[in-house]
Design a protein around this ligand. Structure first.
Ligand SMILES: C[S@@+](CC[C@H](N)C(=O)[O-])C[C@H]1O[C@@H](n2cnc3c(N)ncnc32)[C@H](O)[C@@H]1O
Length: 287
């Protein structure tokens, strides 16, 4: 699949899920976004670019910190995500936030226009992420900061999900995923530069950054119930699996996940899972 067909597929998944994304009784992207912003630490008056902003899990906390004298721009390939962010901006009455439909792989934005660049679980969707990271140094002012998160991709585990889900999703179902989303393909694609902290630092240094820090820190995912988690899984990357499964397998997977998560929570109360997340921060070497 060429890169534009792949991007149409990604944008389609997030467009379809935008209305419910991060609003289905599962806390994950919001706490991850807040933590990412805490690490990037934008201050009053700074200019922030959030690439692949989704519903604004990082964008809105960043906008709060930069305040009305600063600026926070979110870009996303999925128009429905941008529309949802627009509604939220209006509802909150914020003047310093803006969202635009734009490809984060090669954003058409002025050089040196940002002090901080954020990417919450988004840079990993770019076909050539190391190339994009290099272009981001041009968008950042001298000494500007970048902060992004990534899931941990492990051979033998279901992509994007913590290990608790590996026994709940039969590997036979994975053949229904498009070839570029097969776990082995993802592990090959991302682990070549993301898995080893040393390789990751080397990639960022080659791209024009210094002071690379890699922090592996779990984010607590809390689902009100197993059913809510299953609903949530239709609003992120796993939607691709749901979409491609024949109806009987879909029903079977729904039951397996609901029962498995019920066991995990001990039969009542919320489902709480510590999700391993990699937080990466660095500074533009120039300046
Ligand atoms: C898992 S979501 C994360 C959203 C948000 N950062 C958060 O933390 O909730 C990934 C987002 O990246 C966007 N995305 C994927 N590829 C993109 C690209 N090439 N350019 C811009 N956005 C992209 C998707 O549309 C989606 O909104």
């Amino acid at each position: 699949m060429d890169s534009s067909a792949y991007k149409r597929q990604v944008a389609g998944v997030f467009d379809d899920s935008a209305a419910r994304y991060d609003r289905t009784g599962v806390e994950f992207f919001t706490p991850m976004g807040r933590r990412l912003v805490e690490l990037a630490a934008p201050v009053a008056g700074e200019r922030v670019l959030d690439v692949g902003c989704g519903r604004g899990a990082s964008l809105f906390p960043a906008a709060e910190l930069v305040g009305p004298r600063g600026h926070a721009l979110g870009i996303d390939l999925a128009p429905a995500m941008v529309e949802e962010v627009g509604k939220e901006i209006a509802a909150r009455g914020l003047s310093q936030v803006e969202a635009r439909v734009m490809d984060a792989e090669n954003p058409e934005l002025p050089a040196g226009a940002f002090d901080v660049l954020l990417g919450g679980y988004s840079i990993i969707f770019l076909p050539d992420a190391p190339g994009a990271l290099s272009r981001y140094t041009e968008l950042l002012a001298d000494g500007g900061r970048i902060a992004f998160t990534s899931p941990v991709f492990r051979a033998g585990t279901f992509p994007f999900l913590p290990p608790e889900f590996t026994p709940l999703i039969p590997s036979s179902l994975l053949e229904h995923l498009p070839p570029e989303w097969q776990p082995e393909a993802l592990v090959r694609r991302f682990n070549s530069w993301l898995e080893d902290a040393g390789d990751l630092a080397a990639t960022l240094e080659r791209a024009g950054y210094r002071e690379v820090r890699v922090l592996d820190e779990p984010v607590r995912m809390t689902a009100e119930s197993p059913e809510r988690w299953v609903e949530w899984s239709h609003t992120q990357g796993m939607r691709l699996l749901w979409q491609n499964l024949p109806a009987p397998q879909r029903e079977d997977l729904r039951e397996r996940l609901t029962e498995g998560l019920d066991r995990l929570r001990g039969g009542s109360g919320p489902v709480v899972i510590e999700v391993p997340v990699r937080f990466v921060t660095a500074r533009v070497a120039r300046g």
